[in-house]
Design a protein around this ligand. Sequence first.
Ligand code: SF4
Ligand code: SF4
Length: 82
Amino acid sequence: MPVKGWIEVHDLYCKGCELCVSACPQHVLALDLDRLTSKGYHPVVLTADGCTGCAICAVVCPEAALTVYREAPQKAPKPAIA
Ligand code: SF4
Ligand code: SF4
């Protein structure tokens, strides 16, 4: 099962430059055209399932506007009798 990730966008810093949108290998980022930040930018938003928590978006963001979370990998169940 693929690792599940998600992001948090910090509106105060996002300037809608779309660098993260272009860089996301899963194509799950877009600008939220229904919303404006207090600085007047459309902030980026997660548009679909499929984020793996790879953090490429956070690395390319020039404003450090993204925090990435990744689900802890499941441990394989141990056999009851070895
Ligand atoms: S999160 Fe960063 S890279 Fe993405 S649009 Fe906002 S400022 Fe640009
Ligand atoms: S963590 Fe990776 S998969 Fe998730 S939105 Fe960012 S670049 Fe895309």
